[in-house]
Design a protein around this ligand. Structure first.
Ligand code: ADP
Length: 275
């Protein structure tokens, strides 16, 4: 995260929800930025690689702000009706069933659309009147138009790394959002995360983070993705469970990144220098 929003005061997390808050290790001023965006009714776009903490951040913020969270993993079959709702048949009659976006609007919740660029263009169009100052959600099928309450917030994310040009977000959509760039945590923070998530000891967590750094630095292999914090947490969980560290790293950090045997062997060589 390279946002430098200095002097932003963050309200302390409300006491009563403190216990329920998921663990989140901040990188910079993203908590303050999210909170300001929410208070000012601005939609937020979070871009960053897979497994770097975007989803965790959004669920942390939703709980911190005491708002219900509706998360939708977007895919190329996702229709507007999947977000807004549809008529269903039950007991011989049809009834209307709200989709997650509509529910979030009605309840003043947070709607988080993960990997929004995967969704079809006609789906993202329904976001337009919600993400500008009209803040409305027209529901064509019922003739209703919902006015979003001040507590409602739209949050979308995408991974700019592996999106091809055509799939990246339309500028007209992107320009409606305040944007945050996420990246993998700095080594000390990533070590804290791996320890907090798995209970693994400091030296082992440190070694895993060094391994991730080494794997991320490899440029000569044509990897679509790099070792994420999520995969580091997986490796640490396997090691904590008593699994051999080399095998744990193979299963959690090498095989998920490549199908190519030669590349896997090369990655395992890096693992062996550290374990
Ligand atoms: P993304 O949504 O970016 O794909 P996630 O938010 O699901 O990634 O993060 C994957 C995992 O990595 C989380 O489940 C958590 O264990 C860990 N993680 C990553 N970043 C953080 C962070 N800043 N604080 C706490 N946990 C984190």
């Amino acid at each position: 995260m390279r946002h430098n929003a200095s002097n932003l005061a963050v309200a302390p997390a409300p006491r009563e929800t403190e216990q329920a808050l998921p663990f989140y290790q901040p990188a910079a001023h993203e908590i303050a930025l999210f909170e300001h965006a929410w208070r000012n009714q601005l939609p937020l776009l979070i871009k960053g690689p897979t497994g770097c903490g975007k989803t965790r951040f959004v669920s942390y913020m939703a709980q911190r702000l005491g708002r219900p969270l509706y998360t939708v993993a977007c895919h190329d079959d996702l229709s507007a009706a999947d977000l807004i709702g549809r008529h269903l048949i039950g007991d011989g009659a049809t009834y209307w069933s709200d989709g997650p976006l509509t529910r979030a609007v009605r309840e003043g919740g947070i709607c988080y659309l993960d990997e929004v660029v995967e969704a079809r263009k006609d789906t993202t169009v329904v976001l337009h009147p919600l993400s500008d100052d009209r803040r409305i959600l027209p529901i064509e099928r019922t003739g209703e138009t919902l006015q979003a309450p001040p507590e409602f917030m739209l949050v979308v994310s995408y991974n700019p790394g592996y999106q091809n040009f055509l799939k990246s977000m339309k500028p007209s959509t992107r320009q409606r959002f305040v944007s945050l760039r996420f990246d993998f945590p700095a080594p000390a923070a990533e070590q804290e995360i791996v320890m907090a998530e798995t209970g693994i000891d400091g030296p082992a967590a440190k070694r895993l983070v060094s391994l991730a750094q080494a794997l991320r630095a490899l440029r000569e292999h044509d990897l679509e993705e790099v070792a994420s914090t999520r995969l580091l947490v997986y490796a640490a969980k396997l090691i904590q469970g008593g699994f051999d560290p080399l095998e744990a790293c193979r299963a959690a950090l090498v095989e998920p990144l490549t199908d190519d045997e030669e590349t896997a062997a090369a990655l395992m060589e890096v693992v062996q220098t550290l374990f």
